[in-house]
Design a protein around this ligand. Structure first.
Ligand SMILES: CC(C)(COP(=O)(O)OP(=O)(O)OC[C@H]1O[C@@H](n2cnc3c(N)ncnc32)[C@H](O)[C@@H]1OP(=O)(O)O)[C@@H](O)C(=O)NCCC(=O)NCCS
Length: 167
């Protein structure tokens, strides 16, 4: 297996690359290619990044790193929202390759990472040193039924508010 990772700024992405990403997403989320493209057009902005991993010619894992702001410990903090995390197939270690690459990118850019996930995925992200934010510290009612996880934060998070866009 020869994995290659492309980090593509949304403002630079080609139509072919977007189609490739939407095809991969469609394996995990049952929407048509057109619907996936519409979601991208409506939710991804020029300064966001795509992380696409290939095994040879085949796309095997994807996420995006969305440029957002969270209010952490009562201050506006620029963070990257990690969204649309997916692999083409479970059980082949692609999930490991993806999160190891994501962490590398976050550290290399000195970006703080935030993601939202359901309960059963918390151990998956913990495997890659992502930390679960204590529910009592989350001040935004809207997200009371989902977990916030963070990576590459130096400070202890005692308060987290999020009112930026979906990712
Ligand atoms: C979540 C997802 C990206 C994980 O990737 P994957 O290809 O299934 O993961 P892998 O099979 O490569 O497993 C990687 C490792 O994580 C572990 N793992 C995977 N899912 C796990 C879970 N829910 N809890 C704990 N560990 C988990 C595996 O046991 C494996 O560990 P090992 O290498 O020590 O054996 C993938 O399942 C996916 O695309 N799911 C659908 C979309 C989705 O729900 N995305 C998350 C949005 S928050």
């Amino acid at each position: 297996m020869k994995f290659t990772t492309s980090i593509i700024k949304h403002s630079d992405i080609s139509e072919e690359e977007l189609t490739e990403i939407c095809k991969l997403k469609a394996i995990r989320w049952e929407y048509t290619l057109k619907q996936h493209k519409k979601w991208m057009a409506e939710n991804i902005r020029p300064n966001d990044f795509h992380v696409l991993i290939k095994d040879g010619e085949e796309s095997i894992a994807y996420t995006n790193l969305v440029d957002i702001t969270a209010i952490i410990n009562f201050k506006n903090v620029s963070v990257r929202g990690i969204g649309n995390v997916c692999t083409s197939e479970t059980g082949k270690g692609f999930g490991n390759v993806l999160m190891e690459e994501v962490n590398k990118v976050l550290v290399a850019h000195d970006w703080k990472g935030i993601l939202l996930c359901i309960d059963h995925l918390v151990p998956y992200y913990e495997k890659f040193d992502w930390k679960l934010v204590d529910k009592n510290t989350i001040k935004t009612e809207k997200f009371s039924d989902i977990n916030f996880m963070i990576y590459n934060f130096e400070d202890v998070v005692t308060s987290l508010e999020y009112a930026d866009r979906n990712f």
